[in-house]
Design a protein around this ligand. Sequence first.
Ligand code: NAD
Length: 258
Amino acid sequence: MAELLSDAVAVVTGGSSGVGREIALQFASHGADVVIADIQSDPRTGGTPTHEKINTETDQQADYVESDVTDKSSLESAVDVAETFGPLSVMVNNAGMFRSEDVLTLSESDYDQLMDLNVKGVFFGSQVAGERMRSTGTEGCIINLSSVAGLQGSGEHASYCTAKGGVRLFTYALADALGSDGIRVNALHPGFVETAMTTEDVPVVGTDSEQQYNALVPLGRLAQPEDVANCAVFLASELASYVTGESLLVDGGLINCG
Ligand SMILES: NC(=O)c1ccc[n+]([C@@H]2O[C@H](COP(=O)([O-])OP(=O)(O)OC[C@H]3O[C@@H](n4cnc5c(N)ncnc54)[C@H](O)[C@@H]3O)[C@@H](O)[C@H]2O)c1
């Protein structure tokens, strides 16, 4: 049987850790060559760098390019390396940050840091990918990581909600702008996922918050990175050839029936 992503060439921002790492690994297991665009190659939770794992454990090619998504030129460099594998066909704008804050006292610099990473980084990644796909005539796809926080407000995470809501609407706008090029653009909206983001940055895993959260989720648990990566594989594949401008919830039922 043909692999779901054979001949695909992908760039995954923030692909060294967490959700992005699992997306990159699953893309490779389904036949894609992958470039990791991240500020560090070591996974935040330890282990073998993603690109090394792909190169040693699969038949696919992978590389790492030190890239800060707030710097458009470093994303261009990541795509340049990806194009040594073939025309870029999948861009995953995954890098992001999460924090708790007091909305009324949040400093301008903290606001700018989160917006630059979570919104401008997605915008830049999409610009670079869209331009390359258009110039090579590649009917590829762009996948943006939003969140349930892009659909529902949370008082302790106002800037994050602002950013992820922005990513959701940007995804719809970009899907409209690039549809005539055959380029599909979709967003993933996970609930809490067990990564360094929820074990270290805003500890949820192993706390009372996890139990309270799980009580609201029909499936009764946090997501694992694999749960999100499976959906990214679907969106990147021909199985989703008529899916664009979509917000795919990966939240165990939280938003619609929690
Ligand atoms: N973990 C969750 O509960 C959760 C829930 C919903 C949505 N998300 C979203 O999923 C995405 C991935 O989250 P995660 O939990 O895997 O996070 P993570 O912190 O585990 O991994 C983030 C990765 O992004 C990289 N990164 C940070 N700043 C960067 C920059 N400027 N340029 C390039 N790379 C950078 C980090 O080095 C790291 O490898 C984020 O957009 C996040 O908002 C996560």
